[in-house]
Design a protein around this ligand. Structure first.
Ligand code: SF4
Ligand code: SF4
Ligand code: FES
Length: 267
């Protein structure tokens, strides 16, 4: 990282195109001290390419909409400072690869909204006799981290299970949804049943704990260590631990995706 005190000219390659194809186009523009990549993209839009499509909203790393690949790395454009690049460095900005391009830097992330609909919601247990619900502070602290997610989908973009295998999208929801599922599963008041769903519909077994998702998360959520591994442990104990399995049967929680039990023959 360099300390910038004066404007400098930069050359930035921006991917331009749509679903039918495209290529990088290079632009030369001044970059002022303190600028981030999104500022330069906006300057290109203002001075060279008024039809350049880019999605953004807060410019503060909180809305999650300016996700892109900068020199091939999934990043937020508004949180990537220009002084991370030395004078003369190549800067190439392209749309996230895992989702279909709509135009230029804008992709269709509706895959994520469809997956979100399949997560059973929070279902709190009944109130105590005095009309209150009680939780231990340490239980709340454990799930607090997951609520920092800004839905930038950078973790989804980097995850090789769907990045390189379009065919897996049907059966794998991706790290953002393991964070969401963990936040619900570990909530001390929640009673909804999701373990079978996590295994059978969200495809937790596809994850081989490479930790790439954790490395790109701008909110520093420990996706693998704190969400995915504990979920894997819960799935294993629910299905392969005989005591946990027996307790689940006694509580009447059957595997929703197991084949139906045979009916007795009719008289
Ligand atoms: S740890 Fe799992 S979810 Fe995260 S990027 Fe790797 S395979 Fe995907
Ligand atoms: S978990 Fe992190 S990387 Fe994934 S969508 Fe949320 S904030 Fe983005
Ligand atoms: S513009 Fe909101 S996170 Fe970048």
């Amino acid at each position: 990282m360099t300390t910038e005190t004066v404007a400098r000219d930069v050359r930035m390659k921006v991917w331009r195109g749509d679903a039918s194809g495209g290529q990088f186009v290079e632009f030369a523009v001044p970059s002022d001290p303190g600028m981030v990549v999104l500022d330069v993209v906006h300057r290109i839009q203002a001075t060279h390419a008024p039809d350049l499509a880019v999605r953004w909203n807060c410019k503060a790393g909180k809305c999650g909409s300016c996700s892109a690949e900068i020199n091939g790395h999934p990043k937020l454009m508004c949180m990537t400072r220009m002084n991370e690049f030395a004078p003369g460095d190549e800067i190439a900005v392209s749309p996230v690869k895992t989702f279909p391009v709509i135009k230029d830097l804008v992709t269709d992330v509706s895959f994520n909204y469809e997956k979100a609909k399949t997560v059973p919601p929070f279902k709190p247990k009944p109130k105590d006799p005095d009309g209150k619900r009680r939780m231990y502070q340490e239980d709340i602290e454990r799930v607090q981290e997951f609520h920092k997610c800004i839905e930038c989908f950078l973790c989804q973009d980097v995850c090789h299970v769907i990045r390189d295998h379009e065919e897996n999208k049907q059966s794998f929801s991706g790290p953002r949804f393991f964070v969401r599922l963990a936040s619900l599963e570990m909530h001390p008041l929640d009673t909804n049943e999701r373990i079978d769903l996590i295994r059978a519909k969200h495809g937790l077994g596809f994850c081989n704990i490479t930790k790439c998702c954790t490395e790109v998360c701008p909110e520093d959520i420990h996706i693998t260590d704190n969400a995915i591994i504990p979920l894997k442990e819960r799935v294993v104990s629910a299905h392969y631990d005989p005591i946990a399995w027996a307790l689940r049967r006694m509580r009447g929680k059957k595997d929703a995706f197991a084949p139906p039990e045979p009916k007795p023959p009719s008289a």
